[in-house]
Design a protein. Structure first.
Length: 172
């Protein structure tokens, strides 16, 4: 087995274990999409902690968790599928707007946020990585609060209005 194959399997196993663990929680299906993601990230960082030596060996602080495309291909695909599943639940129960312009953007934003959280975790030297936990809570809650059904619809309504009714400048 090559180093690349080993790393692919290791990353995929960490993510699969995390998803299986959070879904095994009897309360998982009744959680909001936001709470499902919070549970996912807290579990993921605990699972990453168990493999911290592997991760630190793969990524030095100068590259600061620059994720290799080949190494994380199946990891990324699994994460995007999981994210899509959770976001779909949020759209179905009305907590997230089902807007065509945003449906693909949700998972793309969540992947970028995922990389940001992972990068932060890698360099977090606080006791028990409590600063990473705070970042997870603040960033996930912010994402779901910002994209809440009323908020995003209001923003899009203003944008639509401004496109349909542009400001007419009068130069004197």
């Amino acid at each position: 087995m090559t180093t690349l194959e080993f790393a692919r399997r290791k990353w995929k196993q960490i993510l699969d274990d995390t998803i299986n663990e959070v879904k095994a929680d009897p309360e998982y299906s009744s959680m909001t999409a936001c709470d499902q993601f919070l549970s996912f990230y807290y579990t993921l960082t605990a699972n990453l902690e168990e493999s911290r030596d592997f991760i630190l060996a793969r990524y030095d602080h100068s590259s600061c968790f620059q994720l290799h495309t080949e190494e994380l291909r199946s990891y990324r695909k699994t994460f995007l599928n999981y994210s899509s599943e959770v976001v779909s639940k949020g759209r179905l129960n009305g907590r997230l707007p089902n807007l065509v312009v945003l449906n693909r953007g949700y998972t793309a934003f969540l992947w970028a946020q995922h990389l940001f959280i992972a990068r932060y975790w890698l360099t977090d030297e606080s006791q028990d990585r409590e600063k990473t936990d705070a970042l997870i809570e603040k960033s996930i809650n912010s994402f779901f609060n910002l994209l809440g059904k009323g908020d995003i619809q209001s923003i899009l309504d203003v944008g639509k209005f401004m496109i349909q009714n542009p400001i007419k400048l009068r130069w004197q």
